[in-house]
Design a protein around this ligand. Sequence first.
Ligand SMILES: Nc1ncnc2c1ncn2[C@@H]1O[C@H](COP(=O)(O)OP(=O)(O)OP(=O)(O)O)[C@@H](O)[C@H]1O
Length: 668
Amino acid sequence: MAMEPPPRPSNSLFDVYLRLRPSHSANAQRFLDVEESEADNPTHITIKPPSSDHRKRAIEKFAFTRVFEEDSPQMEIFKGTGVVPLIEGVLGAKGRDGRDGLLATLGVTGSGKSHTILGTKAQRGLTQMALDVLFQTIGTQLVQSFYGAPAFSSLAATDVSEAHMFTATAFLDSMYGDNQSERFPSRAQTPMPDCSSFVTNPTIRSKNIPRLSALPQKPSVHDMELPSEPNAEYAIIISMYEVYNDRIFDLLAGNVMKSKNTNVKRRALLFKSTEQSPDRKVVAGLTKIICGSLEEALMILETGLMERKVAGTGSNAVSSRSHGFFCVEVKKRNAQRKGPWSSGTLTIVDLAGSERARNAKTAGATLAEAGKINESLMYLGQCMQMQSDNQEGNRQNIVPFRQCKLTELLFSNSFPSSNSRHHHHHQPQKSIMIVTADPKGDFNATSQILRYSALAREVTVPRIPSTTSTILSGTTLKHATSSSGRSTPSGVLEELEHANAQIARLTAEIEVFALRLTEETARRKAAEQSWRAVEEHVQDIEQEIRDECFAETEHAVEQERRRWQTAWDAEQDHNEQHMDRKIDVVIKATKAQMREEQGVKIYEDPDPELKERVEELERENELLRAKLEAKEREGQAKSASPVKKMRVLKAKRWEDPEATLRVGMDSD
Ligand SMILES: Nc1ncnc2c1ncn2[C@@H]1O[C@H](COP(=O)(O)OP(=O)(O)OP(=O)(O)O)[C@@H](O)[C@H]1O
């Protein structure tokens, strides 16, 4: 790749900075050098494989937006990497939406990512400085955000991500217990709210409470106030999550810290489009905290970091195994007219350290984890390479950011959505990547990161000093060179020299080819992997479609069956009725015929009146029988003989009028 002049206009979507850290090991060999620059700030570095590695001699040169050397303090990084313009973008121009900003650090484990972005016990990182500048700029224009304040409900209503929204005071109270809120007074002077979704666990209180006084105050940014809109009111909403094994976990839900159990099952969140945000994906269901002061925001940050650390101790206490996301939403609206809130988000990302799986003395789950980290960083590398190719203006490649959660979260806001007519007001996100490196650290891991993150790269192979000339320079033999081709000593030497030069050139070429081959192999593997991922995705989609089609067909078949059944039943009824009518007609016709032909008396079905009459007679009969029995009992009592009694009963035998009818019908 030809070397490009690197300092690109800062309005490009993606800037990549390199920060070198002072090395621990004084004796280790340095493999990275910063090139002197004619401009004020260096932009190029070269790396040479350590001399212990005899096989490789290629020198690689990389270009960055700017290179910060070992002695650069935090403040220089803050001012020199464009974080301040990023914050200005998030605040937005007058009357306009803010522009989303992304600040991320990338580097080998231990190269200084967390040091840069989150600071140390003694020094603040870029995150704390950025928060300070934000709160300082907004000053008294920050809204009252307590429960019941008009701003609180309107902010909660504006959220499109199905978030659980809390005020900082309520959140901190729920995390650390009673009365803690007095220690971090909100500008809003929040009354004690009802915060039912958090259950205070008194056992974890005192130990974990981050102490504000213990947090570093330096470097100070008190002289860095940015312009704000005079008649606007602002709100600052913070959320934090981590991406671990390609799954998203809320860092402010307090799951791990509250249960004390580091293996507590955490619910993964989805990155999806919601009902209120159909054209833009968001992390749905996060805990979001409305902050009333810088102190509150810092406490929230510490709380989320603690959760990340505690959740991570199960696997590795030292290195960050997850990608940490810290999001600051800045909302703005007219203070008098109120109206809708506009919004811009600053996302700060502490990426997991890249390391070679075989270097990590880990096994099982942790190894799989390392695999996931490397995989997601590899996808990130692909995206960054394509992005930088695109920015060079050569080609317009599609950046394959949908390959994993990490790249999706980092890049999906960087491009206009395919459905751009819906959110034309969203400017693409501006991103800053700070690559950290130890110039005396792990050569292989560092060079890999530099290769895919640099804005431009060039490989050269230095000429090897010819062995002949080395021999010659060490001897007193100084023959005149001969080009005649005769086998004079000087002619042989010349040929030898020539051959050696060719060997050196070919060796150099082989080396460049070997390097290219390694890269191409890595690219092929990456392409194969993404191909497999796409295939799996396609299979999933196919299965989904099959399932859907199956369900639909089942439904349609069932509906059709029911419709058919109803029709069949109706048809049956109709047929039966028809048949009955036919039988009636036949019976009537037959009867009429018989009457005509044979003069036979035909008994008709008893008509209803006759039936009533029969029933009446039956009842009467019943009555009479009862009377009769009564009389007989009376007679018995007067000592009539039993035989005589029987005779009386037989003589009185009652006749069933229907029997007569039945006889008539039988003969029908
Ligand atoms: N520029 C620097 N100046 C001084 N000390 C530094 C610098 N960068 C890093 N360090 C120190 O080196 C150690 C490791 O750095 P850090 O934790 O930031 O690495 P990391 O890249 O975040 O690692 P991991 O991927 O494991 O999280 C820390 O003690 C940190 O303070």
